[in-house]
Design a protein. Structure first.
Length: 78
């Protein structure tokens, strides 16, 4: 008996995970000068507060990056 291969082509769908058990969307900010980052939070106001504190301690640090982590899910289309 010789081995056989079965090939199945599937089309995938990808979208943000909005299921009730999905991981939460989280936010953080990162300094563009020193790369220090705020704590991650589900409330965007907390990383914004970190930017104001960090900028107060480091007056020459004016640029920041927003880091958003959003859960996604993928599945085969029927």
């Amino acid at each position: 008996m010789s081995p056989r291969a079965v090939v199945c082509h599937k089309e995938w769908t990808l979208q943000p995970d909005r299921e009730p058990d999905a991981a939460p969307i989280t936010y953080a900010m990162q300094c563009g000068v020193c790369d220090e980052s705020s704590p991650t939070s589900t409330d965007f106001a907390e990383p914004q507060g970190w930017v104001l504190e960090h900028g107060g301690r480091n007056p020459s640090h004016h640029t920041y990056r927003e880091i958003t982590t959003r859960p996604w899910r993928a599945w085969w289309r029927p």
